[in-house]
Design a protein around this ligand. Structure first.
Ligand code: FEO
Length: 170
C-alpha cells in the first residue's frame, strides 16, 4: 500500500501527462498548419512521449495494487500566436511539469516511500533532458528562424526526429 497523498499525486500526474500530450498535439497541429512540418513532426513525437509517460504512471499504480482514477483532460489553454511563442510555451510547460514531479518526489520523501522515489528518479532525469531540449529549440530558432533558408533547414532537421519508446520499463 502506498501513502494516500502519494497515490493522489500519482493519479493527478496521469492526467497532467495526458494533458501534456494533448497540448503538444495542439502545438504539432499549429506547425503543420503553418507549413512547418518538421516542427509539427517534432511535437507529434513529443505528444507520443507524453502518452508514454502517462502509461508509466498508470503501470506503476497498478503494479502497486492502487486504483487508477481518470479525470477529464482540459482543453489546451495556450494561445499559439507565433512559431517562437509556441516554443517558449513548450519550455514553460516543461518547467511546470518538472515542478509537479518534484512535488510528488517531496511527498514520497516525507513518508520514506523509497520505491516511489526510485520510480520517479527516471522522471527527474527525463525532465532535465526535456527542459534542455526545449531551451535548445528556442536557441536554434533565435539563430536560424529569421532567415527562410535556414528555417527550412532547421525544419528539415526537426522532421528527421523519430519516435523511440521510453527507456524505463516497469
Ligand atoms: Fe512528461 Fe515532459 O512531461
Amino acid at each position: 500500500m502506498l501513502d494516500k497523498k502519494v497515490v493522489e499525486l500519482l493519479n493527478q500526474q496521469v492526467n497532467k501527462e495526458l494533458y501534456s500530450a494533448y497540448l503538444y498535439l495542439d502545438f504539432s497541429n499549429y506547425y503543420y498548419d503553418e507549413g512547418l512540418d518538421g516542427f509539427g513532426n517534432w511535437y507529434k513525437i513529443q505528444a507520443q512521449e507524453e502518452r508514454d509517460h502517462a502509461m508509466l504512471f498508470v503501470q506503476y499504480l497498478q503494479n502497486n495494487g492502487e486504483k487508477v482514477v481518470l479525470e477529464a483532460i482540459d482543453k489546451p489553454a495556450v494561445a499559439l500566436t507565433s512559431a517562437k511563442v509556441v516554443l517558449e510555451e513548450g519550455l514553460k510547460h516543461e518547467q511546470y511539469v518538472t515542478s509537479l514531479i518534484h512535488a510528488i518526489y517531496d511527498a514520497a520523501y516525507s513518508v520514506k516511500d523509497f520505491r516511489t522515489m526510485q520510480f520517479l528518479d527516471w522522471f527527474v532525469k527525463e525532465q532535465g533532458e526535456e527542459e534542455t531540449n526545449a531551451e535548445g529549440l528556442i536557441k536554434k530558432f533565435d539563430l536560424f528562424g529569421g532567415d527562410p533558408k535556414s528555417l527550412y533547414m532547421l525544419d528539415n532537421e526537426l522532421g528527421a526526429r523519430v519516435y523511440s519508446a521510453p527507456s524505463l520499463v516497469l
